[in-house]
Design a protein around this ligand. Structure first.
Ligand SMILES: C[S@@+](CC[C@H](N)C(=O)[O-])C[C@H]1O[C@@H](n2cnc3c(N)ncnc32)[C@H](O)[C@@H]1O
Length: 306
């Protein structure tokens, strides 16, 4: 039998979980309310049944233009034009369910992002491209290690939610400058010097989930809860609806729940939906988000992980 490292906190699913969560999964058309639900269906089938103009915040983490295995299916790398057509096929269908005040975040990486840009420029006001450092994996021998991902931040109009005060980063001060003997923009807390800063479009404080983190699952491209927390806090308000059409292990839904937003998510792989439900169940008891505490984000490894 495989020995599991004692500190390994990876979330596991067993047959008992599968039996409990199976009845919770829904397929569309569905008679009940489409709030706080995980739809286990192909996006292209489910989208037909979603109402008009109901999404406040859209977070999309689609399969990138790389060959990647997602449990029982593989997404195959396509030509530029083929991937563009594929993006066009889901983005064009999503427009109908957005509001004029919706914010939109779409993930990509350096090879995928020019193609995504080519499509979204037709539909949205593109406001920024966030790049986050994904510190994971070993270096490559014949190339620079691929260490970042991009997220386009878009809106439907000039009227949108942006709560920058809610996403400040609490940083340790390395060179504490004083003016007339008074700390300039920093303070002391528990004998440590901190400064509060507003996040830029380069995020270097994000940790990709790994085995000793409580949010970790075996999903191959799971996004960190801290990343979603920053996006959800900045671009939605409590009670707003956050929609994720390619939900994977459910990070968007879980963080939306922890931050008192409503959610709706679609994922084609049943096993990943089970992960989501297990994480949602865990979130009933524990609403902590690693790296975000008492209303502030912390630099990577600044706070002891829990
Ligand atoms: C990049 S992953 C999303 C990861 C997710 N953000 C997380 O934190 O776990 C993309 C997901 O899209 C799902 N997917 C691919 N094609 C789909 C489709 N047509 N309908 C619904 N889900 C799909 C895959 O199974 C995969 O889990």
């Amino acid at each position: 039998m495989k020995k599991i490292e004692k500190r390994n906190k990876t979330i596991l699913i067993d047959d008992n979980d599968r039996e409990i969560f199976e009845p919770k999964l829904i397929k569309l058309p569905y008679d009940g309310e489409l709030i706080n639900k995980i739809i286990n269906q192909d996006f292209f089938e489910a989208i037909k049944y979603l109402p008009d103009s109901f999404v406040d915040l859209l977070f999309v983490d689609p399969p990138y233009n790389l060959t990647k295995n997602f449990h029982s299916h593989t997404f195959n790398k396509k030509s530029y034009e083929e991937y563009k057509d594929w993006c066009e096929s889901w983005i064009s269908k999503i427009i109908r369910i957005l509001k004029s005040t919706s914010s939109i975040y779409i993930c990509s990486e350096w090879q995928t992002s020019p193609i995504v840009y080519d499509v979204i420029k037709k539909y949205f006001i593109i406001r920024n491209r966030i790049t986050f450092e994904r510190e994971k994996g070993r270096g490559a021998k014949q190339n620079w290690k691929n260490n970042c991902e991009d997220i386009y931040f878009c809106t439907m109009s000039n009227k949108y939610t942006f709560n920058i005060e809610n996403v400040k980063i609490k940083r340790r001060v390395i060179a504490p400058y004083k003016e007339n003997g008074v700390p300039k923009d920093w303070f002391i807390e528990n004998n440590e010097k901190f400064r509060l800063t507003y996040p830029s479009n380069i995020w270097t404080d994000i940790t990709i989930p790994f085995w000793s983190m409580r949010e970790n699952t075996s999903h191959p491209t799971q996004k960190p809860e801290k990343l979603l927390a920053r996006i959800i806090l900045a671009s939605s308000n409590e009670g707003d609806l956050v929609f994720d059409p390619f939900a994977g292990s459910g990070t968007t839904a879980v963080v939306a729940k922890k931050l008192k937003r409503k959610f709706l998510a679609i994922e084609i792989e049943k096993e990943y939906c089970f992960y989501t439900y297990k994480r949602l169940l865990m979130a009933e008891e524990d609403k902590r988000i690693q790296g975000y505490e008492n209303g502030y984000f912390y630099d990577r490894n600044c706070k002891k992980s829990f």
